[in-house]
Design a protein around this ligand. Structure first.
Ligand code: PMP
Length: 401
């Protein structure tokens, strides 16, 4: 069939050849293509599907909201309720605003930080990712770039020195570097940047688009006991429906129109369907979601995979936290991000191609991306390990990792 998508795709990521191009459904740990081939999904909606596909409670909430209407241009009770809920859960969230994508939320947060400090420059992490807007994209061919200055994750000395220069409106980072090898912060790193930001009146922004609600219902900031000035949330918050939020200190947040002068708008901001689902998702996270079990599962699964890799002489590092993990071939550890470790992207791509083709297991298609585990993966752990065993054996025989 002719494909009229630009570049034959709707994504910048080059998917391996053996990946299906015609997914039509998802259920639990699986997605299915138009010919009803079932694939294990290890990417889970870029992390948005904390519970896996078609979670029964979410499906019920969404159906119920559909019967009430799904879009209004007037203030809703849902948005007030969700703001109150986030305020009660996320330490920095004195005030909350809803937007639609992670990119929007980050753009608004940076805009607010610039107004608050009167400074323009942004400091970010080398290899990090914060969305598609011009302030943050480092590898685009557009001409209108205002690139952030970069520092290294877990490099206290370099990062603190840069912040102390007092040049920056904000320092934005993921508290766990989910977008580049899933690196947890070294003890003291977040504390050191918090202090430097406080001392220099630099706005500290935690981008919790991926890690918020996935690490804990109180956000990664509460897990590490470091409270940023602003934080962005998305993905897991609404179980796969489009929703994001900017939250943070009252004096920064009240700068947004209409209480202040900083522009913040968006037709679909605070979509009632997404917010209804977010309220249900958060309730389930507070009551039934097995955070501890997922953490133990990921830890054991990682150890089992490393053992299999050793058995076949495949050089592999695995890092992760809670239900996220990253595979890096060709190295054994890394602290600043998987790119810095010279992890082998080609080996990863070959492996992903093989796993999809031979075992119908879909890994994230790019080596910097994160595997997201859902409770439904626990029941198929043995099948996964068996397939990875064969995969490492194949890799060992066919490539140099
Ligand atoms: N921040 C982080 C940490 C992200 O991982 C992403 C998306 N992967 C974004 C921002 C941008 O979110 P979106 O794709 O919804 O615009």
């Amino acid at each position: 069939m002719d494909n009229y998508l630009a570049g034959n795709t709707n994504s910048p990521i080059p998917f391996p050849e053996s990946y299906p191009r015609d997914i039509i459904s998802g259920n639990g740990a699986y997605v299915a293509d138009a010919s009803n081939n079932q694939y294990v999904d290890l990417w889970m909606g870029y992390g948005a599907l904390l519970h896996g596909h078609q979670h029964a409670t979410e499906k019920k909430t969404i159906t119920q909201q559909l019967s009430n209407g799904w879009f209004f241009s007037y203030p809703t009770k849902l948005e007030t309720d969700l703001a109150a809920k986030i305020h009660s859960l996320i330490p920095c969230a004195e005030r909350v605003r809803f937007s639609t994508s992670g990119s929007d939320a980050v753009a608004y947060a940076i805009r607010a930080a610039r107004r608050f400090t009167g400074r323009k420059a942004v400091l970010a992490i080398d290899g990090g990712y914060h969305g598609v807007h011009e302030n943050m994209v480092s590898n685009t061919a557009t001409l209108s770039l205002e690139m952030p200055d970069l520092t290294l994750f877990n490099d206290n000395e370099m990062t603190v020195a840069k912040i102390l220069s007092k040049r920056y409106a904000c320092f934005i980072l993921e508290p766990i570097l989910a977008n580049n090898g899933c690196v947890p912060p070294d003890p003291g790193f977040l504390e050191a940047v918090r202090k430097a930001c406080t001392d220099t009146n630099t706005v500290l922004i935690f981008d919790e688009v991926v890690v918020g609600f996935r690490t804990s219902v109180n956000g990664a900031q509460s897990m590490f006991g470091v409270t940023p000035d602003l934080c962005t949330l998305s993905k897991a918050i609404a179980g796969g429906l489009p929703l994001s939020a900017v939250c943070g200190k009252k004096d920064i947040m009240e700068q947004f129109l209409p209480s202040g002068e900083v522009f913040f708008a968006g037709t679909f901001n605070g979509s009632p369907l997404s917010i209804a689902n977010a309220l249900g998702v958060i309730e389930s996270l507070e009551t039934t979601y097995p955070y501890q079990e997922m953490d133990q599962f990921r830890e054991q699964f990682s150890q089992d995979l490393l053992k299999l890799a050793r058995k076949h002489d495949v050089k592999l590092a695995i890092q992760g936290a809670t239900s996220m993990m990253s595979l890096a071939f060709g190295c054994t550890s890394y602290r600043h991000g998987v790119k810095e470790a010279n992890a082998n992207p080609k080996t990863y791509a070959c492996f992903a191609e093989y796993m999809a083709k031979e075992h119908r297991i879909l890994l994230p298609p790019l080596y910097t991306e994160t595997i997201f585990l859902a409770p439904a993966h626990i029941a198929i752990k043995d099948n996964l390990l068996d397939a990875f065993d064969k995969g490492f054996k194949w890799l060992s025989a066919n490539t140099r990792s």
